[in-house]
Design a protein around this ligand. Structure first.
Ligand SMILES: O=C(O)CCC(=O)C(=O)O
Length: 260
């Protein structure tokens, strides 16, 4: 396993992603799916207009708005399970911290197209994005709850800047659209039970279609300045903490928040 983990570490370093097929068993996925579907149904009712018109994801799944403590503890224990932590520790060696969770589904409007982006482009101008890909590390761990078309990624772009085609498409310059195909894109089909790990700042897009419902766990390197992105309500309270088997991810973000 140590060799396998070193290979995954190298894949991440070089390509910005890796996928592990059949990482979770059917029981693990069905208990996770039951909790997530509860959240999703309540969220859809509460956000009916947004859902009908434009949504393709929700976030704050571990928060208290839609799920009660026992279900939240189930989510926290999945996120910090041995299997997940082994992978997190492989990619982020020093004090990985929990950031958030997101749930990705198909937009209701069939005309809504999947689009290329780097997550950092929503917070930074072009110069800031160039710095972000050199300096920071935000990891997405995608857990598909049903078989799906998956993601399309541009390998290596966690470390390198866009070529001209990529930039024009992603930023919708020179008549290009962010939903245009990229010649450098690599499609990764995913099945329930697989785990896809990728850098949030690489060029990527989700592929709409099938029955997709994917839970993304977002984790960052404590050296990065992401504390303000973390909602206190999405963290476990003291009573829940006592029920979490390996709460390091949550303790690390709580420590960062405490020092401000
Ligand atoms: O699956 C999607 O629709 C987009 C996924 C994405 O952009 C992300 O996980 O950061």
């Amino acid at each position: 396993m140590a060799d396998d983990l070193s290979q995954l570490q190298r894949d991440y370093e070089q390509q910005g992603y890796f996928v592990i097929r059949d990482y979770f068993d059917a029981d693990e996925i069905s208990s996770l799916r039951a909790v997530v579907l509860k959240f999703h149904q309540l969220w859809q009712q509460d956000n009916a207009k947004f859902y009908q018109e434009e949504a393709f994801n929700s976030s704050l799944i571990t928060g208290s708005q839609y799920l009660a403590s026992p279900d939240r503890v189930k989510l926290f224990n999945f996120i910090s399970s041995k299997k997940v932590m082994k992978i997190v520790d492989t990619v982020i060696a020093n004090n990985p911290a929990f950031m958030n969770t997101q749930l990705f589904f198909n937009p209701v409007n069939p005309k809504q197209k999947d689009f290329w982006h780097r997550d950092c482009q929503y917070d930074h101008d072009v110069e800031g994005q160039k710095l972000a890909i050199q300096e920071t590390q935000v990891l997405h761990l995608r857990v598909p709850l049903f078989d799906e078309l998956g993601m399309e990624l541009v390998p290596g772009t966690h470390k390198r800047w866009d070529n001209e085609e990529e930039f024009n498409v992603r930023e919708e310059e020179k008549g290009r659209l962010s939903s245009d195909d990229l010649s450098t894109g690599k499609k990764i089909n995913l099945a329930a039970g697989d785990l896809l790990v990728f850098s949030a700042d690489m060029i990527h897009r989700g592929l709409y279609g099938m029955d997709r419902l994917a839970l993304d766990i977002l984790v960052f390197d404590s050296a990065g300045d992401f504390v303000d992105y973390v909602d206190d309500d999405c963290l476990p309270d003291k009573v829940m903490l006592a029920e979490i088997i390996d709460p390091r991810l949550f303790l690390n973000i709580m420590k960062l928040k405490a020092v401000g």
